[in-house]
Design a protein around this ligand. Structure first.
Ligand code: CMX
Length: 436
């Protein structure tokens, strides 16, 4: 058994005990109440989910297992001479709650390398898809095609005990995660580089191998590691994490669950916003004949977008009420590596202009930028100008968090999710009884 799996096995009994104590002895303690506005308003702020992988404070932003982004970037071990930590180490942290040692990391890196070979039928299927298929459809389809490999399904059909569900969920999750960099890079090279895939280099870590298969040189390996870590998790209520969890509660395996989560990530209000930001910025640049607009010109572009009934992509958030620390981490990277990039200047100008306008408009609860406002700039600068691919990279990163979550879901026996619905007439009756 791998050291990582052993560590997990040691930790599971304690959590089972804690949860069983909460449910048995405190099961009737009230945590929250639900209002009609929340039922119609996407259940915002309703405290009805649990996860130990990450926590999102509205003002502080994300903490992964209690660590802020700067703490993770500082404490997690890095490949020799690298600026950004191993993605594999971040996975170890999310799964176990502990910062791995260098030894722990080598073990996980090796484990991933052993499981990374993508079967040929996945590539054949991707090649058979129509040329104008969106890369997110290709990504989800590739994951679904792999479902036939599920160890969970085989073990379930053999008649496995409930207590053991986490074990094949772990196996499937690592098998899937290890293959995602190659699947993503293959889609990129197939769709945009004339079907010229680059073979993986088995000696490289997760992030460096992705950069290698994309065919992009240093510091793209650093960017890949940073990008995957930053996008990994955002507690469990966002669409991709919640969908993955929801589908997995039906005891669907990791492939089905993750593919479903990716279909949610592909929406423009969620992960697709990173492509939308670049598309929007490109539109502005085109109108300006590729010149960075003045502050006044930018204010006009923003108002025009709002007045035409569209949102400003990359701004606002359902939970956050301050600038997203994932935005700040990427901005720091830009300030260090690409301060003179024209698109970075436009995105910086947006940061100066948009929050005041959103406040003046008075609708958005959070006028500050989110992760998607900044991520495309870096990709564009290093040559990934095909912005409809950006969400695929978000998806590779998101896998680290959501797969950790569903392994733990099975470990602690999370129940089938099945909230209760009411009709409009019933809600009207409840409203009338409460307020007359
Ligand atoms: N531009 C214009 N209007 C905005 C806005 C923005 N960036 N953010 C919110 N609003 C509007 C909403 O559309 C809503 O309008 P209506 O009342 O007309 O429906 C109003 O402000 C209130 O919305 P909210 O409560 O502040 O925000 P929500 O929780 O409903 O939605 C989010 C959150 C992210 C979908 C929204 O801020 C948005 O659409 N942002 C732009 C898209 C984006 O960047 N998404 C990526 C989020 C991060 C991620 O998941 O990847």
């Amino acid at each position: 058994m791998s050291k990582l799996k052993q560590k997990l096995q040691e930790k599971i009994p304690e959590y089972r005990e804690r949860i069983s104590n909460l449910v048995k002895n405190y099961g009737d303690v009230k945590v929250d109440e639900v209002k009609i506005a929340q039922i119609y308003g996407g259940m915002r702020s309703l405290k009805s989910l649990t996860t130990d992988i990450s926590y999102l404070d509205p003002n502080e932003g994300i903490r992964f297992r209690g660590y802020t982004i700067p703490e993770c970037l500082e404490k997690l071990p890095k490949p020799k001479g690298a600026e950004m930590p191993f993605v594999e180490g971040h996975f170890y942290l999310l799964l176990t709650g502990e910062i791995p040692t260098k030894d722990d990391i080598s073990d996980v890196v090796e484990e991933f390398q052993k499981r990374s070979k993508v079967p040929g039928y996945v590539f054949n299927m991707l090649r058979a898809m129509d040329k104008d298929t969106h890369p997110m459809s290709m990504f989800s389809a590739a994951v679904l095609a792999l479902q036939r490999e599920s160890i969970f399904v085989t073990r379930y059909n053999e008649g496995m005990s409930k207590m053991d569900y986490w074990d094949p969920m772990y196996e499937d999750s690592i098998n899937l995660l290890a293959k995602l960099p190659e699947i993503a890079a293959f889609i990129y090279r197939l769709k945009y580089k004339g079907d010229t895939p680059i073979a993986p280099d088995p000696k490289l870590d997760f992030g460096a191998n992705f950069a290698h298969m994309m065919g992009i040189k240093y510091p793209y390996d650093e960017i890949s590691r940073l990008y995957f870590i930053l996008h990994s998790d955002h507690e469990s209520g966002n669409v991709s994490a919640h969908t993955t969890h929801l589908v997995a509660t039906a005891l669907s395996d990791a492939y089905y669950s993750f593919a479903a989560g990716m279909c949610g990530l592909a929406g423009p209000l969620h992960g697709l916003a990173n492509q939308e930001v670049l598309r929007w910025v490109q539109g502005v640049m085109e109108k300006m004949n590729n010149k960075v607009p003045s502050k006044e010109e930018m204010q006009k572009f923003v108002w025009d977008t709002l007045n035409s009934g569209q949102v400003i992509p990359g701004f606002g958030h359902a939970v956050l009420r301050k600038t997203d620390p994932r935005y700040s981490a990427q901005r720091d990277f830009c300030l260090k590596h690409l301060p003179d990039d024209e698109i970075f200047k436009v995105v910086s100008l947006l940061y100066d202009v948009v929050p005041d306008i959103l406040v003046e408009q008075g609708k958005a609860k959070n006028p500050w930028p989110n992760v998607d406002a900044q991520s495309g700039v870096i990709q564009w600068h290093y040559g990934v100008t095909e912005y409809d691919f950006y969400t695929v990279m978000f998806g590779v990163g998101r896998a680290i968090g959501v797969l950790s979550n569903i392994i733990w879901d099975r470990a602690v026996g999370q129940a089938l999710e099945r909230p209760k619905s009411l009709t409009t007439t019933m809600l009207e009756k409840i409203a009338k009884e409460a307020k007359g």
